[in-house]
Design a protein around this ligand. Structure first.
Ligand code: ASP
Ligand code: MG
Length: 420
């Protein structure tokens, strides 16, 4: 059994949906669990609905939601003929679920409503995709993942109850494969034991796919993306990038630790634990090699570059020239943890402690303010943090040319530099 995950971009137009159909036609003899995200920018659009609703702007919320409804109905009309009516009925049932809620006044907090409303994106997209696959002769079983993935009620960042979920996958998902080769469900969402919808964090569909792969003991997982493969740097930031055809989980964990946004970090463990290879393939051209990620040791990798912009340097110095100690540093770490800020680089000296953080202005001001009561504090903003794994002197020179290096930390395989 395989797991395929299709992200929002892979189904954001009629052409792309038909392209997905073509990819799956090629695989129709295989048993595949399909995990699908919301179409295009639907999740962002639903977030706007939530904001309006919680802000008591009910009319705005309904109007914004109306747009989303129309988009889905239009797409369904374009891609479906004989399967249109039953699909429309199902879409309308989901619309009603949200509208019923929007007609009330908000009683609970933002995160709760977020999950009740935003989860619809995946339910709508999978309803259309399932009908479309049936329309082109690819029979499939559509499952509401909220009946399978049980989570706690930490809305917007819900944690999965693995033992309940495993039981449900065995009970519901496995038997579905006796009826159809394709079983189709939603990424990103789940439900509590009280049937409240939950979400697993933005871009959480990757994690859903990994979870299913783990429990189903899948032979492999494929993430269908709009890129040729995993690259050694973000093509939006660098002109020349090199494809990486083979990677391993350890390197991938390192890359995401330093801030590369290749694959959702939560995704890696469920796959690595069961030694399940992950393919990253291009849905625009499935013949391209893509990337395979597994547990094999790697010998040769190109320099891997991660550039984080909008960094702030926080430097604290003891007021009386005494050594900076565990106590002060501990207090700073405590404040960062409270604000969910993770330092991207730290350095400790005799009388000072330096750390580099993402610039969330309000949070930074808070820390700086509090720290100023017992330390001298200096902030510098608008910096960038460059990390190069498997570096060479040439690449360091090339990427730092004309820039001032404010801080540099280096191990045998990774160099980090704070640049101005
Ligand atoms: N639709 C959700 C998002 O945009 C989940 C996902 O795409 O993985 O964040
Ligand atoms: Mg997405």
């Amino acid at each position: 059994m395989k797991v395929f995950k299709f992200g929002g971009i892979s189904i954001n137009s009629v052409e792309r949906i038909s392209n997905l159909g073509k990819i799956l036609q090629f695989w129709q003899e295989e048993k595949i669990l399909l995990v699908v995200s919301a179409m295009g920018k639907t999740t962002n659009a639903l977030e706007k609905v939530v904001e309006a609703f919680v802000d008591n702007r009910q009319d705005d919320a309904l109007q914004l939601f109306d747009k989303i409804k129309k988009q889905h109905i239009t797409t369904a009309k374009y891609v479906l003929v004989t399967h249109y009516l039953p699909c429309e009925k199902k879409l309308k049932d989901f619309f009603t679920e949200v509208e019923w809620l929007l007609h009330d006044e908000p009683q609970r907090d933002y995160d709760y409503y977020y999950d009740q409303i935003v989860c619809i994106g995946e339910l709508l997209s999978t309803t259309i995709i399932s009908a479309y696959l049936n329309e082109i002769g690819l029979s499939n079983t559509w499952l509401d993942v909220r009946d399978i993935i049980r989570t706690n009620d930490d809305f917007r960042n819900a944690a999965v109850d693995w033992s309940f979920t495993t039981e449900k996958i065995n009970e519901v998902v496995k038997p579905s494969f006796e009826k159809t080769n394709f079983v189709l469900t939603q990424g990103f969402i789940g439900a509590t034991d009280e049937n409240e919808s939950t979400t697993l964090g933005r871009e959480g569909s990757d994690f859903t796919a990994a979870l299913f792969a783990n429990v189903l003991d899948a032979t492999d997982v494929t993430f269908w993306k709009d890129v040729e493969s995993v690259m050694n740097a973000d093509p939006k930031q660098f002109e020349t990038v090199t494809p990486i055809n083979t990677l391993n989980y350890k390197e991938l964990i390192e890359m995401s630790f330093y801030g590369a946004q290749v694959i959702h970090p939560k995704t890696i463990k469920p796959l690595q634990n069961k030694n399940i290879p992950l393919y990253v393939k291009c849905f625009i051209d499935p013949d391209l090699a893509g990337t395979i990620i597994n547990n094999q040791p790697l010998h040769q990798l190109p320099p891997i570059i991660v550039l984080k912009e909008k960094q702030v340097l926080l430097k604290v110095t003891t007021k009386d020239f005494s050594f900076v100690g565990d106590h002060e540093v501990g207090q700073l770490y405590g404040m960062m943890e409270e604000l969910h800020l993770k330092p991207n680089l730290t350095q400790i000296g005799a009388i000072d402690f330096t750390c580099v953080l993402d610039d969330w202005p309000e949070k930074i001001e808070k820390i700086a303010g509090k720290a100023a009561s017992f330390l001298d504090v200096a902030l510098s903003r608008n910096l960038s943090l460059l990390t190069i794994r498997h570096y060479t002197e040439d690449i360091i020179d090339e990427l730092t040319k004309g820039k001032q290096i404010l801080l540099r930390q280096q191990t045998t395989d990774t160099v980090q530099m704070l640049l101005q």
